[in-house]
Every structure is written in C-alpha cells, then in structure tokens.
Design a protein around this ligand. Structure first.
Ligand code: GNR
Ligand code: NI
Length: 174
C-alpha cells in the first residue's frame, strides 16, 4: 500500500479527460487500493485517479458513516445508465479544492455500470450522498470540478483564493 499525493487546483491534470481502462489487472487493482488508502488518510469519501495524477477512468468511494464498517467501492470505466428526474442539493467539497464548499444540485438517484476490482461488469443503484459522491468522482474523469456546477462569480472566488494559497505555500517552502 502506498499513500499518493493529491493534486490541488489549479493544475492541468484536473482538467484533462481520463482514458478508459482496458482490463482491471494487478496494476489497476493496486492503483484502486492505493487510492482507497489515500482517500481514507485524507480523509475523504471519494477519490478519482486524475486527483493522484493518473489519467485513467478509475474511482473509489466509501460513504459509510464514521464508526460503521467500511464499504469501499472500486470502479473502472463507470457509466451512468439511468438518473432520476428528482434532484438533490448537497454542500460539496473536494480534496483538490481544499477548504472550499458550495451547494451543488444533481440527480438524487443514479444507476451506474462499471468494472469492479475483479474485472467483472457490475451495476448498482445509488441514492443520496453515495449518488452525489459517484457523480462528483465521475466528473473528475472528464476534467470537471464541483465549481463548474456553480455560478461563475462563486467559482472565480474559490479558484482565486486557491491560487493565492498555492503561491503563499510555494513561497514558504523556498
Ligand atoms: O471527501 C469528499 N467529500 C465530498 C462531500 C460532498 C460531495 C462530494 C465529496 S467528494 C470529496 C472527495 C473528493 O474530492 N473526491 O473527488
Ligand atoms: Ni473531488
């Protein structure tokens, strides 16, 4: 198991489109496990491969409540094959936009098809926070961040603050 470095905005890798996985082999399985370890350590409830600099269509998610047994999900090439008309608003955060939060509206339920860690095709129906989290992670695979779903004004505020934080951190490290 290896802890990976999580990239923060602005970074061109967070805006790129990730490539489909051909087969979930040992290398992809190790990536999934390293991403889960990195996600739990952060801590976060989801992580997409581009956030650790890997431009492959791989996400991991665990929305189990604190103290409850973990429910890790490992997905390659996830696709939304159905989404509800009913919508839901959540206050979203992102490990690549640290310390910034905004309300995002998305479908309340989604049906997702993906390849699991054993290279089997699977489908699940997700609701509530799990549905939000899967959609947030899948956005990362197409270079979309939660701030791309909010007003231009709010997005600009968050991205400018992050750029400033990064500059200060770089100066402090010199
Ligand atoms: O840890 C995370 N929390 C979260 C809260 C609300 C909606 C989405 C998320 S995902 C985020 C981790 C992350 O950045 N995944 O890409
Ligand atoms: Ni994110």
């Amino acid at each position: 198991m290896t802890l990976m470095h999580i990239i923060t905005a602005p970074d061109p890798r967070l805006k790129a489109k990730a490539k489909p996985v051909e087969t979930v082999d040992g290398d992809v399985r190790k990536l999934m496990d390293d991403m889960l370890e990195t996600m739990y350590a952060a801590p976060g409830i989801g992580l997409a491969a581009p956030q650790v600099g890997v431009l492959q269509r791989v996400i991991v998610v665990d929305t189990a409540k604190e103290g409850a047994p973990p429910l890790p999900l490992r997905m390659a090439n996830p696709e939304i094959i159905w989404s509800s008309d009913e919508e839901n608003e959540y206050e979203e955060g992102c490990l690549s936009l640290p310390d910034h939060y905004a309300a995002v509206v998305r479908p309340q339920k989604v049906r997702v098809r993906f390849i699991d860690h054993e290279n089997e095709i699977r489908e699940i129906e997700a609701d509530g926070l799990l549905a939000t989290c899967i959609q947030h992670e899948m956005d990362h695979l197409d270079g979309t961040l939660f701030v791309d779903h909010i007003s231009k004004l709010k997005r600009g505020m968050i991205l400018r603050k992050l750029q400033k934080t990064k500059k200060h951190q770089a100066e402090a490290a010199m």
